[in-house]
Structure formats: C-alpha cells, structure tokens
Design a protein around this ligand. Structure first.
Ligand SMILES: CC(C)(COP(=O)(O)OP(=O)(O)OC[C@H]1O[C@@H](n2cnc3c(N)ncnc32)[C@H](O)[C@@H]1OP(=O)(O)O)[C@@H](O)C(=O)NCCC(=O)NCCS
Length: 176
C-alpha cells in the first residue's frame, strides 16, 4: 500500500540502533551490541521496519534451524517423512519499539518473515519461534502458531498454513 508508514529492509551499518526501546532490555541490547557480529558470521539475518525512512520501529531475525520430528504434535508428525529432523526457519527475535506498539507493526513484521520464509528457494516446513515469555507466546498463538507439546514457549506455523490463510484472510497479516 502506498500510504504505508513503514519500510522493511535488511539492517545495515547506516541504521541508528542506539535509541531502539522495546521495553525488553535483552532484545534492545541484542540489536545494539550483538546482531552485527551474528550477521557477519552468517548465523542470522536481521530485518528492520523503518519509520520516516530512518528510525528503527521494529526488528526481527531469521536463521535456518530444524525441529526433531518426535517433538512435533503427533497429528503433524504423521504427515511428514520419517527423517529425524524437519527443516524450519527460526525467527529468533521480534521486537517493536514502545512508541509504535499496538499499531499492527508486530503482526506485519511476522507476515514479512512468513513471506521471506515462504519465498525462499531453500525448503522449510514451518516458521518457528522461541517466545521469551507467556505474553509473547500468546501473541504467536493469536497469529495461529502451535506450541510444541510440553514446550509452551517453542511454537511453529506450517508455511502451507500461512500461505492458505493469506489467500483466504488477507486481514489476518496486514501488509506494512
Ligand atoms: C509482542 C510485540 C512484538 C507485538 O507488537 P505490536 O506491534 O504491539 O503488536 P500488533 O499491534 O501488531 O498486534 C497484532 C495483533 O496481535 C495482538 N496481540 C498483541 N500482543 C499480544 C499478546 N501479548 N497476546 C495476544 N495477542 C496480542 C493484538 O491485539 C493484535 O490483534 P488483532 O490483529 O486481532 O487486532 C511487541 O509488544 C513487543 O515488541 N514486545 C516486547 C518483545 C516481545 O515480547 N517479543 C516477542 C518475541 S520474543
């Protein structure tokens, strides 16, 4: 949408990470002090939402990962091949600056991550997330993620489900 106030882009050195304030010090510190090393070592990718073309309003990280087939719910596992692990994309972190909370940006960044995972040429079964606490897990459940049995803070959304829900319910993950 042309009136969209946010632009999503890969993080680069020109972006000012010092003023970002999500209310979660570990997530803010990670963006400030650690993420550029992780990008350089090719263990994570980081995408930011920019307000006014320059201020970081939110960010998330993506990396390759895998889940043990045995950890998935039985109803999911039985539809998958009997390999020990299932390839997934991991969204390690997601945070929105307090000044921009409650405006749909968190949901839009989640949609952006699902789009990138879906359109990758490298196959992945699902987007998985590590929620930092029960409130974060509730945010992901609200968006259709399913917790692993016995691991309530590790959740996944099959990419086929995300594609199907984008087709039938465009409002669910609104564009940025
Ligand atoms: C969780 C977080 C990313 C949400 O971002 P946000 O921009 O405020 O959320 P949105 O405005 O996009 O909300 C989208 C939807 O999720 C819902 N939602 C937001 N937080 C929720 C929560 N904790 N539990 C359940 N639903 C939640 C909203 O009500 C909204 O619902 P709707 O689309 O039906 O109206 C943000 O609050 C944040 O950065 N928190 C601190 C860090 C954090 O917890 N990160 C999570 C990963 S570890």
């Amino acid at each position: 949408m042309s009136s969209a106030p946010f632009l999503v882009a890969p993080l680069d050195a020109a972006h000012d990470r010092t003023v970002f304030n999500s209310g979660s010090e570990p997530l803010d510190r990670y963006l400030r002090e650690v993420v550029t090393q992780d990008i350089r070592r090719r263990v994570t990718a980081c995408f930011i939402a920019l307000a006014d073309g320059q201020r970081i309003a939110g960010y998330y990280t993506l990396a390759s990962a895998s889940l043990f087939l045995a950890d998935l719910p039985a109803t999911t596992a039985k539809k998958l091949p009997r390999y020990p692990t299932v390839p997934v994309v991991r969204m390690g972190r997601l945070a929105v600056d307090q000044a921009f909370k409650g405006q749909g940006l968190g949901g839009a960044l989640l949609a952006d991550a699902l789009d990138r995972a879906t359109h990758s040429e490298i196959a992945a079964y699902a987007l998985m997330v590590d929620a930092k606490d029960e409130a974060a897990a509730a945010f992901y459940r609200h968006h259709g993620f399913i917790a692993l049995p016995g691991l309530s803070l590790t959740l996944f959304l099959p990419l086929a489900t995300a594609i199907a829900s984008r087709k039938t319910d465009n409002k669910r993950f609104s564009p940025i």
